[in-house]
Write a protein that binds this ligand. Structure first.
Ligand SMILES: [Zn+2]
Length: 61
């Protein structure tokens, strides 16, 4: 018997789990570090998972 306890959260379908991405602004600050901004997925707000059940579109056999 395999009885696994899974978290109810699913991988976000919008970002496929990659909820946040660092985007370089192309310039460096005074310390020489590359300036980046972090963009979060608007669907899951940067968590990478969603509590909503994924909508299955087509069942391929
Ligand atoms: Zn997402």
């Amino acid at each position: 018997m395999t009885h696994r306890t899974r978290p109810r959260s699913r991988i976000c379908a919008n970002c496929d789990g990659f909820a946040s991405a660092a985007i370089t602004l192309g310039s460096r600050n005074r310390r020489g570090h590359l300036r980046t901004i972090t963009a979060h997925c608007p669907a899951c707000h940067g968590t990478g998972t969603t509590t909503r059940p994924a909508v299955r579109q087509a069942v391929s056999v």
